[in-house]
Design a protein around this ligand. Sequence first.
Ligand SMILES: NC(=O)c1ccc[n+]([C@@H]2O[C@H](COP(=O)([O-])OP(=O)(O)OC[C@H]3O[C@@H](n4cnc5c(N)ncnc54)[C@H](OP(=O)(O)O)[C@@H]3O)[C@@H](O)[C@H]2O)c1
Length: 253
Amino acid sequence: MEKYNPYSLEGKTIFVTGASSGIGKCTAIEASKLGATLVITARDELRLQETFNSLEGKDSREHKLIIADLTNEAQMSALLENLPQIDGVVLCAGKGLTLPIQFASRDKFDDIFNVNFFAPVELLRLLFKKKKLNKESSAVLLASLGGTQIFSGGNGIYGASKAALNTVMKFAAKEFASRKVRVNSICPGMVDTPLIHRGTVSEEQLEEDKKRYPLGRYGRPEDIAYAAIYLLSDASSWVTGQSMILDGGISIR
Ligand SMILES: NC(=O)c1ccc[n+]([C@@H]2O[C@H](COP(=O)([O-])OP(=O)(O)OC[C@H]3O[C@@H](n4cnc5c(N)ncnc54)[C@H](OP(=O)(O)O)[C@@H]3O)[C@@H](O)[C@H]2O)c1
């Protein structure tokens, strides 16, 4: 007898962007453990191959790896051509920026918006329009707590890109409901991935910042992956148009 599990992804094909690192990598691996067939993408072939090698079920399922820069139109088209029909997508690819508004420029906005907003929106739009998303499938967008409120300094440009993403998410949820396709976003506080160690914030500042979290720590990639899995699974089949905040309590501090 099959084990009872309402969060199972058995029989579903799930597409994950940003799968070479952090939240996307963890989500892909965890989803494979719950029975999904994975299509993973990112730019860095070596790191993406590492994720691929860690997927479960390689003997019985046809996982797929596609290299693509999502800010490149031709590569985005090629990616869509090579993509099979999917039952769920987690749009994780993104980048961070901590920069006070007074030092902002149109170039800085473009750089962040191209990856964090235009790429996932274009992908979501084309997945629906080209009917790559099966009926009753689920799309999960990685936004940020910074797109809903000010919880750490210098995140104006980044936060704006995620706020814009959250808005499109709600409109898409309403429009895509005609095919029973659900669209939701996850808004994490700080999660310990390579992204937060790459910027201008020092390790000492990060250690100090962690102390502000009521639950006493930053998020782990798994904390976010499990929420994405809930949103991909049939357990959330009545949930659409929602932003799920996961933040160790920082927003109720
Ligand atoms: N970590 C946090 O504290 C936090 C908090 C809130 C929200 N988020 C959001 O969560 C998502 C995942 O972040 P993370 O922390 O896991 O970051 P990460 O470890 O830096 O991973 C980012 C991923 O995005 C991919 N990527 C970046 N630019 C790309 C491009 N032009 N084309 C294709 N792929 C691209 C990277 O792959 P390649 O370099 O191989 O292309 C990588 O796999 C992001 O959208 C981020 O904004 C993170």
